[in-house]
Design a binder for this molecule. Structure first.
Ligand SMILES: [Zn+2]
Ligand SMILES: [Zn+2]
Length: 305
């Protein structure tokens, strides 16, 4: 432990191979499975259909909207309170993420906090220690990977929020609204390319944080965090800063995940821009190292109002 604490950010702690954990009981959530098949088929079909140049710009913009909403809003703001901002801005950021059908922030934060508390054990909702594909997407279609009321235990700090409670019941409304707006502005033929393609690409960028960034043989792990989180450049780029995942596990409440000079972190740049504009404050940096024992205490802290 002493030697690991002296390692620089680019160095790697030697890790044991990923130990398999107990196979999860599998109960297909057929509604989610049908939704996933439908959105993937729609996104794939859009690649063969004729595309107008303006659609490409809209699709790229959508990817960044979904990405910033997820990384800045869901993860760093709501889940970890890595910075503070006005309530209206929090709702704007969350609303940017919601069209992708990721569910209420209550469900998202509960799953993520469970992941921090039990990373790469049999209680981790999406560890690739079970299997790569289970960690990537299988857990999402397994009705038993999480419980619908987990948020009542893990999200007591946001459990009374009326908007987040409303999203529990009407999680698909934001997608319907945005799809309708795209159709009215660009036509229905633009919807697969301008909405579903970037939505699916973003979904896999975030899933890759759970799967690729927890594989022992990829990237680097400068911090001994007690699980298999890794820093992995391709996901650092594609997931707008989320790929510096070992840093995130070491410093969960830090608004900045890319700590090295060659670790771009788009989400942190957005937070700094908001801070410069007076719209964000109490922006937390990496503090002391969070070891295995302190990890549970930190989760307790973030789930207590
Ligand atoms: Zn992780
Ligand atoms: Zn986290």
């Amino acid at each position: 432990m002493q030697r690991q604490a002296q390692l620089g950010p680019e160095e790697t702690v030697r890790r044991p191979r990923l130990k398999p954990v107990a196979s999860p009981a599998m109960q297909w959530n057929y509604a989610v499975l049908a939704y996933m098949v439908a959105v993937h088929a729609t996104a794939l079909w859009s690649l063969w259909a004729p595309v107008r140049p303006v659609w490409i710009a809209v699709a790229i913009g959508m990817y960044f909207v979904f990405g910033i909403g997820t990384t800045v809003g869901l993860l760093r703001l709501v889940c970890h309170r890595a910075f503070a901002c006005p309530r209206w801005l929090e709702y704007v950021l969350i609303s940017m993420a919601m069209p992708t059908g990721q569910g209420s922030p209550l469900l998202w934060a509960a799953t993520h906090r469970l992941h921090h508390a039990y990373s790469d054990t049999d209680r981790d909702p999406h560890s690739p220690a079970r299997s790569f594909w289970y960690g990537h997407i299988g857990w999402f279609v397994n009705a038993l990977s999480t419980r619908p009321d987990d948020w009542q235990t893990w999200c007591r700090d946001i459990g009374q929020d009326p908007y987040y409670l409303w999203l529990l019941r009407f999680r698909m409304v934001p997608q319907v609204v945005v799809v309708t707006c795209v159709a009215l502005l660009l036509g229905w033929r633009a919807v697969p390319f301008c909405f579903y393609l970037p939505a699916v690409l973003w979904m896999h960028a975030t899933y890759a944080v759970n799967s690729l960034c927890h594989l022992p043989n990829l990237g680097q792990a400068p911090h001994a965090t007690g699980e298999h989180s890794r820093n992995f450049l391709p996901i650092g780029l594609l997931a707008l800063g989320e790929g510096w995942h070992n840093h995130h596990h070491a410093f969960p409440r830090s608004a900045r995940h890319g700590l090295g000079p060659r670790q771009p972190d788009v989400a942190f740049a957005v937070i700094k821009t908001l801070q410069f504009a007076g719209l964000a404050w109490n922006v937390r940096g990496p503090g002391h190292h969070v070891d295995v024992v302190r990890r549970q205490r930190l989760v307790d802290k973030t789930t207590t109002p």
